[in-house]
Design a protein around this ligand. Structure first.
Ligand SMILES: [Zn+2]
Length: 375
């Protein structure tokens, strides 16, 4: 059953869309033709005391001037991959020094900025350092309300109850129901200032999330249906040159991103993500979306159509195959990467189901990394 019959071609029709995702999400999703105005009106209407967490890339974009003029804010440099647990601890400490405690943290930016916002909210209400909360289903208190205004589509961060962080030991999310945004305002036009590189690779990651969930042995049926729609939308976007900003593609991207968030709630990614975590742990500046692309390029046997699509999308967009060696990953890292990948049990369950022990062996993972460093 495909729910998305028509993708709107203009913003008025987008705003009037009924929910196109099947998985129930805890976030209030607001579709908007003027995201910044709608955000400011809602804050005022609900008498909120906001604290803004803003992606530094937006500073020079005129449409965000009103937001940057706000007093209560933190500007985050999101260019160096995911936020660190350290960034969260510092921001929590800073917010605690404010005279007036904010009643909402508003994250405006790409996935990293929204993840920083989500992690800061929950860590504010819990006593330990952020790194202590990297993991699954820990008992935690709810923090300050979280609102998200994404300026890059595809991460799903506006919906997922996950804040991915780099800690001193590992890259791992805080996975908790209180890590989801309370409100997400979705205006596809806001991604017009993002670089082609960011738009392309973020949508690649979106495609991989959907693709791996459709192949998953442990994901629930609604998640798999959401992911099938997500594969269709992201494939349509990536099968064209993404360089010129087109409203229709950006509407599709915003829709695929929400499906990425909803399908993650009941679904789980698989082998390409498991392998990517090993790569990410060995290179502090390797963006997540590139790590997954490198991984998929080494998984032709397991995911033949995912591999084929990847090669095709890169070709159409005239982008060279990313290589691990560009991020200083080599033979010296193989043991550590294999170890990290071995620890991704839930993702291997998802990829292989009951046959995990037969296929997800140390030798299998080592061979993938050998292939990757020789590509
Ligand atoms: Zn991903």
């Amino acid at each position: 059953m495909i729910a998305i019959i028509n993708v709107p071609t203009n913003i008025e029709d987008f705003v009037n869309l009924k929910p196109w995702w099947r998985t129930e999400v805890p976030t209030e999703v607001i579709l908007s033709a003027n995201g910044i105005e709608d955000l400011l009106i809602k804050l005022k209407h609900e008498k909120k005391k906001p604290f803004f967490i803003l992606d530094s890339e937006l500073k020079d974009q005129q449409e965000f001037a009103k937001i940057f003029a706000q007093n209560s804010k933190f500007i985050f440099d999101a260019s160096a991959s995911e936020p660190r647990t350290d960034d969260v601890d510092k921001l929590v400490a800073y917010i605690k020094t404010l005279k007036e405690t904010p009643t909402v943290l508003v994250g405006i930016g790409g996935g990293s900025t929204i993840d920083l916002t989500k992690a800061t909210s929950i860590c504010y209400a819990n006593p330990k350092k952020a790194q202590e909360y990297q993991g699954y289903e820990m008992e935690m208190e709810k923090g300050i309300d979280i609102w998200a205004l994404p300026t890059l589509s595809g991460t799903g961060a506006e919906i997922t109850p996950i804040a991915v962080l780099r800690g001193p030991e590992k890259k791992l999310g805080i996975n908790n129901k209180y890590t989801a945004a309370d409100v997400a305002i979705i205006d596809p036009q806001l991604s017009s200032g993002a670089t082609t590189f960011n738009r392309f690779f973020t949508m690649m990651d979106c495609y991989y999330h959907h693709y791996e969930i459709t192949k998953s042995k442990t994901s629930n049926p609604e998640a798999i249906l959401d992911a099938k729609d997500g594969v269709r939308l992201s494939r349509e976007i990536l099968s064209r040159d993404v360089e010129p900003f087109e409203l229709e593609s950006s509407i599709k991207a915003a829709m695929a991103s929400i499906l990425g968030g909803s399908s993650t709630i009941g679904g789980r990614v698989g082998a390409a993500h498991a392998i990517s975590y090993g790569l990410s742990n060995s290179s502090p500046c390797l963006p997540h979306s590139i790590a997954v692309t490198i991984s998929m390029l080494a998984l032709e046997t397991l995911y033949p159509d995912g591999y084929k699509d990847t090669v095709e999308f890169l070709k159409i967009n005239n982008i060279a195959h990313p290589k691990a060696s560009d991020y200083e990953i080599g033979e010296k890292d193989i043991d550590k990467m294999t170890n990290t990948a071995m620890g991704m049990g839930k993702l291997w369950d998802s990829a292989f189901g009951e046959q995990k022990d037969k296929y997800a062996t140390e030798e299998f993972m080592r061979n993938i990394y050998i292939k990757i460093i020789n590509q």
